[in-house]
Ligand binder design. Sequence first.
Ligand code: NAD
Length: 265
Amino acid sequence: MDLGIEGRWALVCAASKGLGKGCAAALVREGVNVVITARGAEVLEATAAELRALNPAVQVRAVAGDITTPEGRAAALAAFPQPAQVDILVNNAGGPPPGDFRDWDREAWLKAIDANMLTPIELIKAVVDGMAERGFGRIVNITSGAVKAPIDILGLSNGARSGLTGFVAGLARQPKLAGRNVTINNLLPGAFDTDRLKVTMAGAATKTGQPVEAIAEARKQLAPARRFGTAEEFGAYCAFLCSAQAGFIVGQNLLTDGGAYPGTF
Ligand code: NAD
């Protein structure tokens, strides 16, 4: 299936590894030019080289910086050939740390809200009107299955991402966006085999004294699919939401969790 987005320009945030990288790779395979960001320049440049090898016909620009800062966002947007000519925006950043809400002060909350709610909103603000003027725009926010079924130790994520989800539900339905072929949707990962998952499981192994393999096996059993998702799969879901064909999918929360969420809806 040709997704009809060859030659478009995408900003994929936090894309040197994991789910963001999976999204960038899937878009590059479709002929989309990408600007990718991450904080560490070295890994980011290596990822950019991998992406160029996937499809030498596209442009891949790497911008090192913290996307949760105004400077990081400005640098990412400045990498586009024309100011803010972003056709596709994939919002992503590192997730907040786990813990107990009794230990979180105002600073901890502001950090989580900045990274997982206000940063995507700022980037949407920077690009969405240009998309509407040009009559094409696709915005995908990487959130979490925690938006649908909260995870007790991830209260910062449950809270900040739900704030983004509520805001986006309203914005996506504005006729001046949806009626101009600009869509905003959220992708909600369950357990995907990325560095973040490995770090979380290593932490659990240390805490419980169990081997990390046992922790991983138990975690896989939580989903009927009995496995973790892959970044490649996640990238393919993202690319479809960014496709020309996906223009009628507006303001949705797509859970990708191997069936772990037990509800009918
Ligand atoms: P990962 O650790 O594998 O990769 C994170 C990427 O984000 C890296 O490229 C890192 O350099 C970059 N990054 C982090 N903070 C950044 C910042 N402030 N500015 C720029 N780049 C930054 O993580 P992942 O598993 O791909 O997770 C991506 C997002 O999805 C996170 O918010 C995570 O909480 C969420 N999520 C992941 C899972 C999962 O199972 N992997 C499940 C639910 C939610």
